[in-house]
Ligand binder design. Structure first.
Ligand SMILES: Cc1cc2nc3c(=O)[nH]c(=O)nc-3n(C[C@H](O)[C@H](O)[C@H](O)COP(=O)(O)OP(=O)(O)OC[C@H]3O[C@@H](n4cnc5c(N)ncnc54)[C@H](O)[C@@H]3O)c2cc1C
Ligand code: SF4
Length: 327
C-alpha cells in the first residue's frame, strides 16, 4: 500500500511548528514517531496535504525532575527512554511497566509518549485498507453514516488502545496543549471525549507538548497487565493499570484504570473508594475486579469477543490488585 502524496514540513522550534499548524488548518497532520500514522496513511485513513514532522523540535524531548513538584516528560520522548528511565522506574513504576509492553523494541525506539496518548482509536471495520473498507461498507468513523459494530446507533465505539494512558490516569497526570491561541494544561482524564471518532479534545491546530506527573503519586506501587494476541508485538485488547500507596498493611490511596475496552482509557468507578483504608485480600481484589468488569464496555471492535475481554479485565484487575500488594 503506497502513501498518499503530501508535503513534509520540518520545524526546528515549537513556535515554528505552531505557525505551520495555524497556516494550514484542517489540511495538516502531526507526525512524531510515525508508527501509527504511517500505517494509517497507507490505509488511506488520513490523506493530509501537509505532514508536520516534530522530530527536530528538541524542546519537546526529555524527562525532567521538578524539585518538589513531580516529573515533566516532553511529548516527543521515545517509549524506550520512558521504559529505561531510572527516575521513572523508581518513582512511577506503573508507567515504565506499561511503556515496556508497547509493540516491540524497534517500535518503542521510534514511538513517542505523545503519540501514544494521541493514538487513534481502533476497530476491525476501520483499521483496514481502502479496498477492504470499500468492499464492506464505510462507517461513521470514516466516510460513512452507519456503525457495523452497533447497527442502528449513531455513535462510534472504536476502542482506545494505547498502553501508557491508563498508567498515566492512575498517576493523576496532566497534559499541556499548545496552539495559536495559547497554552492550556488539563488533567489527562479530560483529554478524551469518550467517543470513538472524535476521541480527543485536541484541536487540529494544537499540539500535545508536555506530560506532568504529580509529586503526590510518586513512589506508588504500580502494576500493568495486558491481554494481546501476539505476546511479542501487539496492541492491547484489554489492559489494566493500578497505582497504590500502602501503609501498615492498609491501602492509603489507589487508582485503577482500563484501556482497550472503551473508546477512551478510563478510571474504574468506585475502585479507589473500595480500596481506601482496607487490608488487601482475595475478597477485596475480587470486588475491585467486579467493579472493573462493570466499567469495561467492550464491543466487537477486535478479534476477541467482548465477553472474553470483559472477563479478562475482571481476572487481570484481581491479579493486579494482589500483585500491587506484594511487589
Ligand atoms: C505493529 C504495531 C504494534 C503496535 N502495538 C502497540 C501496543 O502494543 N501498544 C500501543 O499503545 N501502541 C501500539 N502501536 C501503536 C504505536 O506504535 C504507539 O502507540 C506509539 O506510541 C505511537 O507513537 P508515535 O510517536 O509513533 O505516534 P505517531 O504515529 O507519530 O502519531 C500517532 C497519532 O498521534 C498524533 N500525534 C503524535 N504526537 C503528537 C503531538 N505531540 N501532538 C499532537 N498530536 C500528536 C498524530 O498526528 C497521530 O494522529 C503499535 C503499532 C504497530 C505498527
Ligand atoms: S465502532 Fe462502528 S463507527 Fe466506529 S469504527 Fe467501528 S464500525 Fe466504524
Amino acid at each position: 500500500m503506497s502513501l498518499p502524496e503530501f508535503k513534509l514540513l520540518r520545524p526546528r522550534s515549537l513556535e515554528e511548528a505552531i505557525a505551520h499548524l495555524a497556516k494550514h488548518p484542517g489540511a495538516i497532520r502531526v507526525i512524531a514517531g510515525g508508527t501509527d500514522l504511517i500505517p494509517s496513511m497507507r490505509q488511506k485513513l488520513f490523506e493530509p496535504a501537509y505532514v508536520l514532522d516534530l522530530r527536530h523540535v528538541a524542546e519537546l524531548k526529555g524527562i525532567r525532575e521538578r524539585q518538589g513538584s513531580g516529573v515533566e516528560i516532553g511529548a516527543l520522548t521515545s517509549l524506550t527512554a520512558i521504559e529505561h528511565s531510572d527516575v521513572l522506574r523508581c518513582r512511577y513504576p506503573v508507567l515504565t511497566e506499561a511503556a515496556a509492553t508497547v509493540a516491540s523494541p524497534v517500535i518503542r525506539n521510534m514511538g513517542t509518549i505523545g503519540g501514544n496518548i494521541c493514538l487513534d482509536t481502533r476497530c476491525l471495520w476501520y483499521n483496514q485498507s481502502l479496498t477492504w473498507r470499500k468492499g464492506c461498507g464505510f462507517c461513521i468513523k470514516k466516510d460513512g453514516d452507519l456503525c457495523h459494530v452497533a447497527p442502528g446507533g449513531t455513535k462510534c465505539w472504536a476502542a482506545f488502545s494505547g498502553d501508557t494512558p491508563p498508567a498515566l490516569l492512575c498517576l493523576g497526570a496532566e497534559v499541556e496543549i499548545v496552539g495559536p491561541v495559547g497554552t492550556r494544561r488539563i488533567p489527562l482524564s479530560e483529554f478524551y471525549t469518550g467517543l470513538g471518532d472524535t476521541y480527543r479534545v485536541l484541536q487540529p491546530d494544537e499540539l500535545l507538548t508536555r506530560i506532568f506527573l504529580p509529586e503526590g503519586t510518586a513512589n506508588y506501587r504500580g502494576v500493568y497487565r495486558k491481554l494481546r494476541i501476539r505476546g511479542s508485538i501487539d496492541y492491547p485488547l484489554a489492559g489494566v493499570a493500578i497505582a497504590m500507596k500502602r501503609s501498615n498493611g492498609h491501602v492509603v490511596d489507589a487508582r485503577v484504570a482500563l484501556t482497550a475496552v472503551n473508546p477512551a482509557p478510563v478510571l474504574v468507578k468506585g475502585a479507589s473508594e473500595a480500596l481506601r483504608g482496607q487490608r488487601l485480600d482475595e475478597a477485596l481484589a475480587e470486588k475491585v475486579g467486579a467493579l472493573a468488569a462493570k466499567t469495561a464496555k467492550p464491543l466487537t471492535t477486535s478479534a476477541l469477543t467482548p465477553e472474553y475481554r470483559r472477563e479478562m479485565i475482571r481476572v487481570f484487575t484481581k491479579r493486579a490488585v494482589l500483585a500491587a500488594g506484594t511487589n
